[in-house]
Design a protein around this ligand. Structure first.
Ligand code: SF4
Ligand code: SF4
Ligand code: SF4
Length: 262
């Protein structure tokens, strides 16, 4: 039996999700015995040609070059996994979708005419079929290892799409909203991080994006009564998941520019 191949790809991103894979240290050694890492520029300059069994894709699509590259990667990959908020929702850089990217470029760069970029930052799934998504900014290492273990053993990965509240209860953390009036997005945020922020006595700010069927309307008055004004609610709902349709009607932002370019 041939050893499965793993490829890790970077698009527009900060590399933090790839670093999560490198941070797995001991587990990586055992993983290295089960897969052949065929493409992972963050770790090695050695590159093997495709096809690849598993492709982990970090980052969003923000340039014409990336549009072509993600199509080629999809064609060469048996399983494509989008990892992190950039890859699943366009990331923080998708804030450009709500503004004028030319204006941004003129403000930031001395020679903006040299910047070749699309007007939008979009998720990988807006362009090619994605088999699985791992949420988070960055992703959670337990979830990543669980996903790889499942794929390497021919199982479907278990990626719960319930809320952070379920994880909070499971680990026995006292609710920061109920106990201390701290605004928390946990009731609408996708599970997966293990409810890290409430465990450190701070509210969830939604870096895993929306859970399945979030009841955002029910949460808003609770956020407000706990001291989060509407502009902050708009900000927190759009920071990591600008392209999430689940939040669109609550932030009132114009999302027409989320459409992928032709
Ligand atoms: S999701 Fe966050 S940590 Fe991961 S690449 Fe994007 S910005 Fe970095
Ligand atoms: S602290 Fe936040 S995530 Fe935890 S139970 Fe309360 S609202 Fe839910
Ligand atoms: S608690 Fe919320 S903000 Fe904190 S890591 Fe989890 S999803 Fe992200």
């Amino acid at each position: 039996m041939t050893t499965p191949t793993l490829a890790v790809w970077k698009f527009t991103s900060c590399d933090g999700c790839q670093l999560t894979l490198l941070d797995c240290e001991d587990e990586l050694l055992s993983l290295a015995g089960q897969v052949r890492i065929a493409h992972f520029l963050e770790a090695s300059a050695a590159i093997e040609p495709g096809p690849y069994d598993i492709s982990l894709v970090e980052g969003s699509i923000t340039t014409a070059e990336e549009l072509g590259r993600i199509t080629a990667i999809r064609e060469q990959s048996r399983v494509v996994v989008a990892i992190g908020a950039c890859a699943t929702h366009g990331g923080i850089q998708a804030l450009r979708n709500l503004a004028d990217v030319d204006e941004f470029a003129a403000l930031v760069y001395a020679r903006p005419e040299h910047i070749a970029t699309l007007a939008t930052s979009t998720a990988i799934s807006a362009h090619v079929a994605v088999d699985y998504e791992l949420r988070g900014c960055p992703i959670d290492r337990r979830q990543l290892l669980g996903l790889l273990d499942a794929l390497l053993h021919g199982r479907a990965p278990d990626i719960p799409d319930t809320s952070v509240c379920t994880e909070c209860k499971r680990r026995g953390t006292t609710c920061v909203t109920v106990a201390d009036g701290i605004p928390c997005l946990g009731p609408v945020t996708h599970a997966g991080c293990g409810a890290i922020c409430p465990a450190f006595h701070r509210g969830c700010y939604g870096c895993f994006g929306p859970m399945r069927n979030p009841n955002v309307g029910a949460l808003l008055p609770i956020l407000r009564v706990n001291g989060m004004p509407q502009p902050d609610i708009d900000r927190v709902l759009t920071t990591f998941a600008v392209t999430a349709p689940e939040y669109a009607e609550y932030t009132g932002t114009d999302r027409r520019r989320d459409e992928p370019p032709p």
